[in-house]
Ligand binder design. Sequence first.
Ligand code: ADP
Ligand code: GN1
Ligand code: MG
Length: 352
Amino acid sequence: MESALKSFGFKGNPISCERYGEGHINQTYLVVTDEGNRYIMQRLSRNVFKDREGLMRNVEAVTSFLADKYEDPRRSLHLIPSVGGRAWFVDEEGEYWRTYDFVEGSICLQKPRSTEDFKNSASAFGNFQADLIDFPAETLTETIPNFHNTPARYERFKESIEKNASGRADEVREEIEFILSREKDASYLQDGLKEGRLPLRVTHNDTKLNNVLFDEKTDKPLCIIDLDTIMPGLIAYDFGDSIRFGASTGAEDEKDLSKIQMDLDLYKAYCEGFISSCPGITEEEIRSLPYGAKIITLENALRFLMDYIDGDVYYKIARPEHNLDRARTQCKLVSDMENKFDIMKNICEAYI
Ligand code: ADP
Ligand code: GN1
Ligand code: MG
């Protein structure tokens, strides 16, 4: 970290550098300088991202493309160059670092404070989608191949269970069965893509509420962050990931499952904000949105459980059973969405 701190062109000398935020992947630090400037410095996960240069080229291209579109500089992330003028720094251990200006006057939410917040976040992700409509998708590196290819994730899940690296597979048979018994539901979106019913777009792919920064004064969304997984993808996954995280009545790692449900009022508000800010969305895509919510929640259940079985090698954890707790909330949400699925479909289809 010391060499990274020396390599970026901060305004002033760093006087503090502390762990920051609630992301599950990168090591994020808040850096403050003696001139009072603040920065977000991140060490990219080498385990998660196999091509960190390709990833940084994506982020550079998308942030500069969006900065050219927006008048307010706080609406897009701004990378600080490191020595030699590159947008990243590689330290002596081969770790990749990058630094953004801290988006001042912003707040990050772990849950919506109101239905309005959630609807606003939906408009922000919808607008983000619309603003990238003319971005040259073919220039993007696929930073995590098959990231939201749920059927491919099922194949890897079965291999993990077989391998049972942590020896924990037997204690989670119930959760494994829950996920395996829904395998046939998991290919709906990929089938739509193969059959040409659903188009590939430039999508964010990690649309949790804590990947939007809100203006602390106006409460309106300001900036979409966490651009590491921007890739060609399906819009239903972006919609769905926001729902599974932000429309849940409890935290992603809540231990008391009686607190976990999918709130239909929040779901409805998100539909309204998202669909109305995505003018190019097709009828078939609107129909696919509730499937997106259910499938990505199932995919997250699978991913958390797989990481538990693999021995916690992917997500950051704060307690030994953290990934299992996360997997359980996602299974509970899937069940709840199954019960509410007809209503979820009707809410979306009212926009066709
Ligand atoms: P991860 O991939 O690990 O989720 P993120 O890029 O989402 O990492 O960053 C983690 C957290 O750091 C965010 O949820 C947010 O709270 C904060 N953050 C990231 N970038 C900025 C920024 N430029 N300005 C202010 N806060 C930021
Ligand atoms: C990770 O980086 P973060 O915390 O925003 C993960 C997402 C998961 C999410 C679950 C690159 O998101 O795919 O849905 O955790 N990001 C990556 O909370 O794997
Ligand atoms: Mg994040």
